[in-house]
Design a protein around this ligand. Structure first.
Ligand code: FES
Ligand SMILES: [Fe+2]
Length: 409
C-alpha cells in the first residue's frame, strides 16, 4: 500500500517503473494548492489546526467556516481524503453486463469503470494517452473506447488496440500506451476504487470489506446491505454547499428532523434514535412509528442510516434501501447522487413506488434548502465556529475528527 505517499508520487513511481518518462509517456499533474496572499500550505495547515479533535464532544467547538469555504482546503481534502483509500463510486447494476461502463470525476481525476467481454471488472483513468482527450463519456455499453479526437482505440481491458496515423513514429511501443489502471473492487452491490494503490492485483474481494468498513463490515453485511434488491431509479442534485455541509446534515442524529421534516418526523420515533461509531463508519438507527392497518408504510419498523467516511451514505428502511454519494464539485458546491432499491415483492406496486419516491423527494428538497442556507451562513463574516449538541451530534463530531486526522497526517 502507498497510503503515506502523495498521489503524484505514486504515479511517478508507477510510470518510472513501467515506462521511462519521455515524450509521450504519461505524467501526472501535481495537485495544485493555490491561495492568494500566503503559501497555501501554511494557510490551510492553520485552518486544519483550528479544530482540536482532542477536546471532548461536550466542550468542543465545530470546525471553522474556512473548512467549508476555502478552495485550498478542498484541494487538501481531495489529495488526502478522496484520493487515498477505498472510495465508493457506483453500483454493480451500472456494470452488470459485459461491455457496460460508466464514467466519473473526483477532483481532477477522471475515471471510467467497465466490464470487459469476459466479465472482468476494470477501472482506468479516462484520459487518452495521445493528447489527453477524455475518452469515454457518460455511461452505456461499448466494445472498445475510441477517442473522439484522433481515433486512438482501447480495449475494455485498457490495451491500446489502435494508434491511428502513427507511421514514421520512433521509439513507440503500443504496450506502453494502454490506459492507466485504477484499483477497483466490489463490496455487496457497490463499486469501489482507490487511486493510491499501485499493486497490480485489480480486485480484492475478500479484504476490501474490512479495509473499507472496518469493524462495521459485519453489522452492515448482515443488517443493512442487501445485494439482491433491484435498482429502481437514480436522482442527482447539484447543491450550492460544500460537500461536508450535506454530510453534517446527515450526521446530526435526527436533530433537525422535527423542525425541518414535519412529515418524516411523524413516521419516526425520534426518542429511539441511537448512534454507533466505528473506525470510519457511523450508524444511526431509529424505530418507526407503527403504521395504521392499510396505511402507506414507506419506512417499515426500523430505519438504519449508515455513513461511510468520507461521503457515502446507505439508508435502509422498510422495503427500501437508498444510497447517497456526496461528490465535491468545488469548495461551495457538491453533487449528491441518490440511488433507490426496493424489495422484489413490491416491484409491481407502482403507486407505492411513486408515493415513496415523492415523499423522499420532499425530504431532499427540505434538506437542500437547509444545506444551502447553512452554506450562506458559513460564508457570512458573522460566523466562525459553532458548538455540538452532545446527546445527538456525536456522528458529526466523529466525521470531523476523521477529516482532521487525514488532513493533519
Ligand atoms: S487525444 Fe485521443 S487520439 Fe488524440
Ligand atoms: Fe434531513
Amino acid at each position: 500500500m502507498a497510503t503515506g505517499r502523495s498521489l503524484a508520487a505514486v504515479y511517478y513511481a508507477r510510470a518510472s517503473r513501467t515506462v521511462p518518462l519521455r515524450a509521450g509517456a504519461w505524467r501526472p499533474r501535481a495537485v495544485a494548492v493555490a491561495a492568494a496572499g500566503e503559501p497555501a500550505s501554511e494557510h490551510v495547515r492553520r485552518l486544519v489546526a483550528e479544530f482540536d479533535p482532542a477536546v471532548p464532544l461536550d466542550s468542543a467547538v465545530t470546525p471553522p467556516s474556512g473548512w467549508y469555504t476555502d478552495p485550498g482546503f478542498l484541494q487538501l481534502e481531495l489529495d488526502r481524503v478522496f484520493l487515498r483509500g477505498w472510495q465508493a463510486v457506483g453500483h454493480i447494476w451500472q456494470v452488470k453486463n459485459p461491455n457496460d461502463f460508466f464514467t466519473g470525476r473526483l477532483g481532477n481525476v477522471e475515471f471510467v469503470i467497465c466490464r470487459d467481454a469476459n466479465g472482468k471488472l476494470h477501472a482506468f483513468h479516462n484520459v487518452c494517452r495521445h493528447h489527453a482527450s477524455l475518452l469515454a463519456c457518460g455511461s452505456g455499453q461499448k466494445t472498445c473506447f475510441q477517442c473522439p479526437y484522433h481515433g486512438w482505440t482501447y480495449g475494455l481491458d485498457g490495451t491500446l488496440l489502435k494508434a491511428t496515423r502513427i507511421s514514421g513514429i520512433k521509439s513507440f511501443n503500443k504496450n506502453d500506451f494502454g490506459l492507466i489502471p485504477i484499483k477497483v473492487a466490489t463490496w455487496g452491490p457497490f463499486v469501489l476504487v482507490r487511486f493510491d494503490d499501485e499493486s497490480t492485483e485489480d480486485n480484492v474481494y475478500d479484504a476490501v470489506g474490512n479495509e473499507w468498513l472496518g469493524s462495521a463490515s459485519d453489522l452492515l453485511g448482515t443488517n443493512g446491505i442487501d445485494t439482491s434488491l433491484p435498482h429502481i431509479c437514480r436522482r442527482e442534485y447539484i447543491i450550492n454547499c460544500n460537500w461536508k455541509v450535506f454530510c453534517d446534515n446527515y450526521l446530526d442524529g435526527g436533530y433537525h428532523v422535527p423542525y425541518a421534516h414535519g412529515a418524516l418526523a411523524s413516521g419516526l420515533q425520534l426518542q429511539s434514535y441511537e448512534t454507533l461509531t466505528y473506525e470510519r463508519v457511523s450508524v444511526q438507527r431509529c424505530e418507526s412509528a407503527p403504521a395504521e392497518p392499510d396505511d402507506f408504510d414507506r419506512l417499515g419498523t426500523k430505519a438504519l442510516y449508515a455513513f461511510v467516511y468520507p461521503n457515502f451514505m446507505i439508508n435502509r428502511y422498510g422495503p427500501w434501501m437508498d444510497t447517497n454519494l456526496a461528490v465535491p464539485l468545488d469548495s461551495t458546491r457538491c453533487k449528491v447522487v441518490f440511488d433507490y432499491f426496493l424489495d422484489k415483492s413490491l416491484l409491481d406496486d407502482q403507486s407505492f413506488i411513486e408515493k415513496s419516491l415523492k415523499d423522499s423527494e420532499q425530504v431532499q428538497i427540505e434538506d437542500i434548502a437547509l444545506c444551502e442556507g447553512v452554506q450562506r451562513g458559513l460564508e457570512s463574516p458573522a460566523y466562525s465556529v459553532g458548538r455540538y449538541a452532545p446527546s445527538v451530534e456525536m456522528a458529526m463530531h466523529h466525521f470531523h475528527c476523521l477529516i482532521h486526522g487525514n488532513l493533519s497526517g
